[in-house]
Design a protein around this ligand. Structure first.
Ligand code: ATP
Ligand code: MG
Length: 266
């Protein structure tokens, strides 16, 4: 009995048997597990990339909506408010202007809601020079009691398209803020073309910005400053806000030369 058991045990641990059956089987298991883990990793990364891309797209849409449509509506509302207060307006006309005003207010509310929804979850195509002119003509036609001026320091030179567009959007938002919130007598935009950087600042001598907002606590449902910060960061620039209540506010965008100017100008 004993003698016949020993060869059977030997056969069970036969090296050929291992090589033929168990090693390939183990290799297949390891391969399947590895393939599964790798596939999961790849899919996870892909999913994350798609989600990040979607978030950026939604933020861009929210910014565009704010910086184009909503800004223009604010400008129109501003003019209508002045018109409604004009002394020489008949009662009938005043009533009609107020109705249109109300209509525009609704557009603002709906626009803000749309922005909130988009942001629930990060450009305009106007360049800097065009924007500076547009603000000048707005300031003169809107009959606002604020003097607007532009100062240029250094030698003006061409800007990279993206830098020019983002700077334009920041100037527009800051100037609109100054006209709307600051009760300023003076708004000065200064563009400094330095060899090592571009700086665009918007200074007003108004009431000053609340400290919390300067430090980055955005007001719920108000996205102008948040959008300016995002624009600067996206380009690798810096946005600083200096404000002293009640001595006015200065918003400055500073871009390194590599971001601001086309390479061939060096
Ligand atoms: N130049 C300024 N002077 C004084 N206060 C300011 C100035 N700019 C902004 N603020 C204050 O900061 C707040 C936030 O500005 P922000 O541009 O983010 O939003 P908003 O102008 O109120 O709305 P919107 O989303 O249309 O831009 C304003 O509501 C205002 O109280
Ligand atoms: Mg604003």
């Amino acid at each position: 009995m004993l003698g016949s058991g020993i060869p059977r045990v030997r056969r069970m641990w036969n090296l050929d048997g291992w090589l033929t059956f168990f090693v390939p089987a183990m290799a297949a298991v390891v391969f399947v597990v590895l393939a599964y883990v790798l596939r999961r990793g790849v899919f996870k990364r892909l999913h994350r990339l798609i989600m990040e891309e979607r978030l950026l797209e939604r933020e861009r849409m929210a910014r565009d909506l704010h910086d184009t449509l909503l800004q223009k509506v604010h400008g129109t509302l501003f003019k209508l408010e002045r018109l409604a207060n004009a002394r020489d307006l008949s009662e009938d006309h005043r009533r009609r202007v107020s109705e249109i005003e109300e209509h525009f207010r609704q557009i603002v509310i709906e626009g803000r809601d749309a922005i909130c929804r988009l942001r629930g979850s990060a450009s305009s195509k106007v360049d800097l020079d065009t924007q500076l002119d547009a603000i000048r003509s707005f300031a003169s036609t809107a009959d606002i009691a604020t003097t607007y001026s532009v100062r240029v320091v250094g030698n003006p030179r061409p800007l990279r398209l993206e830098a020019s567009e983002e700077a334009a959007a920041i100037v527009r938002e800051s100037a609109t803020n100054a006209f709307r919130h600051a009760k300023a007598k003076l708004v000065v935009v200064a563009v400094h073309y330095s060899d090592s950087f571009l700086s665009v600042s918007i200074a007003d001598n108004g009431v000053g910005m609340p400290a919390g907002i300067v430090q980055g606590t955005e007001r719920e449902g108000h996205w102008g400053i948040a959008g300016m910060r995002e624009r600067a960061a996206r380009l690798g620039g810096r946005l600083s806000i200096v404000s002293a209540v009640p001595h006015g506010t200065t918003v400055e965008l500073r871009l390194p030369k590599e971001v601001a100017y086309p390479t061939r100008t060096f």
